[in-house]
Write a protein that binds this ligand. Structure first.
Ligand SMILES: [Zn+2]
Length: 270
């Protein structure tokens, strides 16, 4: 029996280790830290598990299922654009619409823009991963320009045709971050959007609320975080009862909320 001598055996083992290392090495393209070359997850946490990369062709980009609408709070679009493209600010949106109706696209729809921040809606805690963010060039105190809203509606039609987003899933930043954000504010024409199929709305006559229906449970069923009930109520009223800014839930407000929950559970506008 011809047993290889030790140096040859050592070289063979070294070659085998090298082959195995190469077999494990090709990994899916991921973001790397340019200073160290180390792979990291989008969160920035180093990847600690090595997986064998066997790419499948059966894949595409993410499929957004929500649209989150914002206003920039700026009076000039140039300022908003600078903020939304500044690496130091770490904020972005997929689209920015000017007062004259020009639509700027900043991030591909299939990628995750950074517009929602800490957020919650209907059980989801990372709206950035699931949504398209649209910023409107509006300072939060002025009426929304007509050409801007016309352009927004055209953009929503285009997004909806491509991603088939359910009507209840067109929401505002203030809805998903109650107590922290108020945009797009009480002047935003949610009723007009809902009439076109983007978002929900209830007009009179309102249904009567069943006995014992709890306000917090209804807000939660609709999507709101009720960790701070006062903030959830304020967000709901800003969106759905914009002519009454009081922080109280009247019986009429509860009827509107019940109507919205019923619409959502029915799968959209009735
Ligand atoms: Zn916002």
């Amino acid at each position: 029996m011809n047993i290889p001598n030790q140096p040859i055996l050592f070289r063979a083992l070294a070659a085998l280790v090298a082959v195995l290392s190469v077999a494990c090495a090709p990994l899916p393209p991921q973001r790397s830290d340019s200073s160290t070359g180390a792979r990291s997850e989008p969160s920035g946490r180093p990847v600690s598990v090595t997986a064998e990369w066997r790419p499948s062709p059966n894949v595409d980009g993410r499929r957004p299922n929500y649209v989150v609408i914002h206003h920039t709070s700026d009076s000039r679009i140039e300022d908003a654009l600078r903020t939304l493209t500044d690496p130091a600010r770490q904020v972005s949106s997929h689209y920015l619409i000017a007062r004259d109706g020009r639509i700027l696209q900043l991030v591909d729809d299939r990628q995750r823009a950074w517009h929602a921040g800490e957020s919650y809606w209907g059980g989801l805690q990372d709206l950035n991963s699931a949504s398209i963010g649209i910023e409107l060039d509006n300072d939060g105190r002025e009426p929304f320009a007509v050409p801007m809203i016309d352009a927004l509606l055209a953009l929503l039609r285009d997004i909806d045709e491509r991603f088939n987003i359910p009507a209840p899933n067109f929401i505002g930043h203030g809805d998903i971050a109650p107590g922290r954000k108020v945009d797009p504010g009480v002047l935003f024409p949610w009723r007009r959007l809902a009439a076109e199929g983007y978002g929900l709305w209830c007009d009179p006559p309102y249904p009567s609320v069943p006995l014992g229906a709890d306000t917090a449970l209804m807000l939660q069923a609709f999507g709101y975080s009720v960790t701070r009930l006062d903030a959830a109520i304020a967000a709901f009223k800003r969106h759905f009862v914009p002519d009454d800014p009081s922080p109280l839930m009247t019986e009429k407000d509860r009827s509107i909320l019940y109507c919205l929950v019923s619409q959502k559970q029915a799968g959209g506008a009735q």
